[in-house]
Write a protein that binds this ligand. Structure first.
Ligand SMILES: [Zn+2]
Length: 58
């Protein structure tokens, strides 16, 4: 039986990303995928973080 490793996540920012959840316990992947869907994608998260750091520096 093929184990689902790659999950298509639609993030809260609207972007889609394929995440390899093979490092997660099999019974936790669905929950983790759900949690990921509530977050922004990595790019948006990084952009927001950099924006925050620039605000702090200013
Ligand atoms: Zn995004």
């Amino acid at each position: 039986m093929a184990v689902k490793r790659l999950w298509q996540i639609t993030h809260s920012c609207g972007h889609q990303a394929e995440r390899d959840l093979s490092d997660r316990a099999a019974d936790r992947r669905a929950g983790f995928a759900e949690w990921l869907a509530k977050q922004e994608c990595t790019d948006c998260w990084r952009a927001a973080k950099e924006g925050n750091e620039q605000e702090k520096a200013a």
